[in-house]
Write a protein of this length. Structure first.
Length: 204
């Protein structure tokens, strides 16, 4: 048997092995206090899950287009993502879809007070993205700027986005427009959510 025939046989077995193996199995990443949620997102592949232990995580996060499920093991009452005054606590701005999931967190201390587009969405900023958000509490976020009267969406701002928002609470958020949530060219599906104590100078 010549070398070419041997090579063809080897390639056939290699292709068969790849086909039988199928896609890589999803991985669960674990994050504990003192570790970085963003680092786990960066390390994850589409289809992976990220489980976050109870605690407060002082960092803003960006899903960066990843189709991953980010969830807390203990729920929003004991698991907080604190934006520490950054413009947005959570960002979905890379065409994220329903397979990008944020579940079971308190989202707080986002302060959208920068230049465009950083005066939108103190708690969560969705642009051209439609993630799934469930069992979250958005509290104590703001969207204000001294230079222009356009800051909107203290709790959440959606532009050209259709997120699914379920079993969430928006409370004590403030903005120039849309204290709890502001929707611009967007059609979110909001189910069983509570809006209370949000304030806005221009309504909403």
């Amino acid at each position: 048997m010549n070398r070419k025939a041997n090579l063809n046989i080897w390639l056939s077995f290699w292709v068969l092995a790849v086909v039988l193996a199928g896609p890589a199995a999803a991985v669960t990443h674990y994050v504990s206090p003192g570790q970085s949620i963003q680092a786990a997102i960066d390390a994850a592949a589409n289809g992976d899950e990220i489980e976050v232990a109870p605690g407060t995580y002082n960092e803003p996060i960006n899903f960066n287009g990843k189709g991953v499920r980010l969830y807390s093991s203990g729920g929003a009452d004991v698991t907080t993502i604190d934006g520490t005054g950054h413009y947005h606590v959570v960002q979905c701005v890379s065409n994220e879809g329903a397979d990008t999931v944020l579940e079971g967190f308190t989202i707080t201390d986002g302060n959208a007070n920068g230049a465009y587009p950083d005066y939108y969405g103190g708690g969560m900023y969705n642009n051209g993205s439609s993630p799934t958000v469930s069992n979250c509490t958005f509290v104590g976020n703001s969207a204000y700027t001294a230079s222009v009267n356009q800051a909107k969406g203290g709790g959440m701002y959606n532009y050209n986005s259709s997120p699914m928002v379920t079993n969430c609470t928006f409370s004590g958020n403030t903005a120039e427009g849309g204290g709890g949530m502001y929707n611009d060219h967007s059609s979110p599906t909001v189910t069983n959510c509570t809006f209370s104590g949000n304030t806005a100078e221009g309504g909403g």
